[in-house]
Design a protein around this ligand. Structure first.
Ligand SMILES: [Fe+2]
Length: 396
């Protein structure tokens, strides 16, 4: 019987050996093009004037059982070199990795190395998180090779993995390979007194049949953020009915944490930073006293609060998106513009500490900046207490 450490090392070695067999020159040549495109899209943009918009409608009183606490990522927290929420008083921790956008390995190994870096980060956590949430967009174009490569790398995680789907994983074969690898995209589970729900929030109306698109044309259309040809993301009627049913027997006092790839609110439609039936989904979540939504897709620090629902974005391992031109939810701790000469700047992974009351501290582990923790006290007080320091911008 092999120990988990041995198994992990063997699997990790196998991945690295397979990568080493590749023609590095071919990699670099093609990945330089992909990198340039990513930088143009995500990093080398003209800085916006970040006007704030009030997307949040915060309630005045913090929920019960949410005392102010020190912000572990900033004032009283650990050094930037070793961000962690491990010295937690109680509760439990889960880690997250998201939006890796893997290409076929012969096209681009940079994003592969980034995902491996995130896996290393999580495997180095001591104590280990209870599980790892993968936040969607494992693949770039939903191809079997991309998804299989991602699945192979994620096997190296020591902690159990909970998968969520993103649009880049789905629209080539409408989820066929993803389902084979990971199961159904929406499911619920209970963990240490907290109700978790994972949604597929990237359901789009059929725009491809009337347009007579091939599967790859459909995938590429969905993968383009602002082409204006696709439909907005939704959770959809069928899944909303499922969610309603799934939560019907859950006491309203039980903490609820929802994972969705797109933010379950309406921020910026042109980039699908938007879920079209967000209000209907929020209405299902609203009766619960403590609700947290953790989402991918936006590749940035992003925080919102609508009533009692706290929303947190996740970092991408592949590239950071700029903030939406129309502004940010008021509670967001704004990231500085990433350094276009450092392809990992603004990327990272993170962890979530779930307190015994079910509210969370959300830690963004930016790879070459100070970590940022958005604490439950900050959220509960609508930003009046425990405000995190903004990230440094040392790379400029
Ligand atoms: Fe996405």
């Amino acid at each position: 019987m092999k120990s988990i450490e041995t198994k992990y090392m063997e699997e990790r070695e196998a991945v690295l050996r397979a990568l080493a067999r590749l023609d590095r020159r071919a990699f670099l040549k093609v990945s330089a093009g992909a990198l340039g495109a990513a930088i143009a899209a995500g990093a080398g943009v003209t800085p916006h004037s970040f006007s704030l918009v009030n997307v949040a409608h915060a309630q005045d009183k913090p929920p019960e059982g949410s005392p102010p606490e020190g912000n572990p990522g900033t004032k009283a927290g650990p050094s930037p070199a070793k961000p962690t929420l491990a010295n937690k008083p109680a509760g439990f921790t889960f880690a997250y990795i998201s939006d890796s956008h893997l290409y076929k390995r012969e096209l681009n190994d940079r994003f592969v190395r980034s995902l491996l870096r995130a896996v290393d980060d999580v495997n180095a956590m001591d104590p280990q998180p209870d599980f790892v949430l993968y936040g969607g967009d494992l693949a770039q174009l939903g191809q079997r090779e991309e998804l299989d490569l991602g699945a192979e790398i994620l096997k190296s995680l020591k902690a159990p993995v909970r998968m969520m789907v993103g649009e880049h994983d789905w629209y080539l074969d409408m989820g066929a390979r993803w389902r084979e690898l990971f199961g159904e995209p929406n499911y619920a589970f209970e963990h240490k007194g907290v109700q978790f729900v994972v949604l597929n929030s990237v359901v789009e109306e059929d725009f491809w049949t009337p347009a007579k698109l091939s599967p790859m044309e459909r995938m590429q259309t969905v993968a383009g953020l602002d082409n204006g040809k696709q439909r907005p993301f939704t959770v959809g009627e069928e899944q909303r009915a499922w969610l309603q049913k799934e939560l019907a027997s859950v006491p309203k006092t039980k903490p609820l944490i929802v994972f969705s790839h797109s933010p379950l609110y309406k921020l910026y439609k042109q980039w699908n930073f938007w879920t079209d039936d967000a209000e209907q989904v929020q209405a299902i979540l609203k009766p619960f006293q403590r609700v947290t939504v953790i989402h991918g897709h936006t590749h940035q620090i992003l925080t919102n609060r609508i009533g009692n629902i706290h929303f947190h974005g996740m970092l991408s391992t592949a590239w950071p998106w700029p903030y939406a031109p129309q502004g940010l939810p008021a509670l967001t701790i704004q990231m500085n513009r990433p350094d276009p000469f450092n392809p990992n700047d603004g990327c990272g992974d993170g962890e979530v500490l779930v307190h015994p009351d079910g509210l969370v501290d959300k830690l963004y582990k930016l790879w070459n900046r100070n970590p940022v923790t958005v604490s439950r006290a900050y959220m509960s007080s609508s930003g009046k207490q425990d405000s995190p320091l903004a990230p440094n911008s040392g790379s400029y």
